[in-house]
Design a protein around this ligand. Sequence first.
Ligand SMILES: Cc1cc2nc3c(=O)[nH]c(=O)nc-3n(C[C@H](O)[C@H](O)[C@H](O)COP(=O)(O)OP(=O)(O)OC[C@H]3O[C@@H](n4cnc5c(N)ncnc54)[C@H](O)[C@@H]3O)c2cc1C
Length: 421
Amino acid sequence: MSLQIAQADVVINGAGMVGASLAVLLAQAGMKVTLLEAQAQPPERLIAAIPEQLAAGYQPRVSALTLASQAVLDRVGAWQAMTAWRVTPYTGMQVWDGMGSGKISFDAAELHEPYLGHIVENNVTLAGIYQAMQDYPEISLFTDVQMTALSAPDQQGGRVLTLSNGETLYAPVLIGADGAESRTRHLAGIPATAWDYGHHAIVTTVTTEKSHQWQCWQRFTEDGPLAFLPLSGGVEGHQISLVWSTSPKHAQELMALSDEEFCHALTQASDVCLGKVLTTDPRFAINLRQRHAHHYVAEGVALAGDAGHTIHPLAGQGVNLGLLDVAALAEVLIDAHQQQLSLGSLLVLRRYQRLRRSDNLRMSATMEFFRRLFGDRPAPIRLLRSRGMNLVNALSPVKNHLAMMAMGVKGDLPKFAVRRG
Ligand SMILES: Cc1cc2nc3c(=O)[nH]c(=O)nc-3n(C[C@H](O)[C@H](O)[C@H](O)COP(=O)(O)OP(=O)(O)OC[C@H]3O[C@@H](n4cnc5c(N)ncnc54)[C@H](O)[C@@H]3O)c2cc1C
């Protein structure tokens, strides 16, 4: 088998929301990108299927996208198509302690913003990115292919990939954007710390008696957080994307219920905040794991998105962190390319790691803190917890600072994540 030398400047393994966005930003700077994707579905088919899927209902997998993620997707050229298909802006958030009296509410108007973020079905985001990708001949996407082996780095850090179709490929730098079970991470020998949260998330779409009022609703229950995320369209204001994190045993019991029994259990668990839950779509249970790679880079390799880190969905930050990785990595690789540096050198890649790893670790630690704080705790802690929530709620500057960090409008953002004036 002959070796194909340096056809691309960058090889990205995994064409999910993270890998595909990165490919477009690099191509916009004139860089040649090879994108490898294990799934067989070609992008044209994914894009063509969207109108029919929208008419049929809602996909169970959605993400709450921050304003920083919107900025990245706007730079990528995906946002316009996404809004033309379906996105739901939300203007407020209600969070309360289901075992105490604490509550915090966030309001876009208080922050002088039209909304706090958007709820978007993951397939709509991906189709928007794939549509943007079509404008760039610099990107070569290969579907239905997987990397089976990875060589040691050469002197510039470049790696040779062996693919499942028997071909080999030279990568001046290889980006692992292949999700939580990243083969790139594994083959590059980058260790990761991982543990089960002891939670499964049940996801589906439900309708409720009362309107969601374009707000997110999150109740911390004794078993885990339960989130109602607003969806537009259909029975306007009454359709909700559900993320109910609970113990594996409870999740199993909930999955075994009839639709009617499940709606009843959800009505109770949500404190009847939107009245009765009237209908449910089919439910899916997802095991939630925390993972964090010990390094995001090795010679000739960098990890982005879920390949580097996965966190609890309780604050809806997973892909938002991934898109910030994309913005930082694009900036670092484009700068290095313009200066004609070896893209796979640790000197270049460590700059990306410095920009992102401590921020991602901080977010992981914060999610872990909230998960433990709202677990089944003794009464004095529950009391303090409720008092703390009410105190933060009363302190507008503290609360607004927290909200702006979570929305991605404050802090040190990579330039591709800054909103255009
Ligand atoms: C219940 C739940 C709710 C969530 N809610 C939110 C939210 O509200 N907001 C938010 O920001 N995040 C949320 N997340 C997290 C978010 O879904 C992930 O962070 C995001 O999907 C990660 O994107 P990614 O592109 O890094 O990985 P993935 O989406 O996993 O994409 C990886 C891609 O790589 C491909 N691939 C895998 N293996 C290989 C291989 N060996 N070779 C080639 N290709 C491969 C896959 O087919 C896929 O296309 C939630 C997660 C869960 C579980």
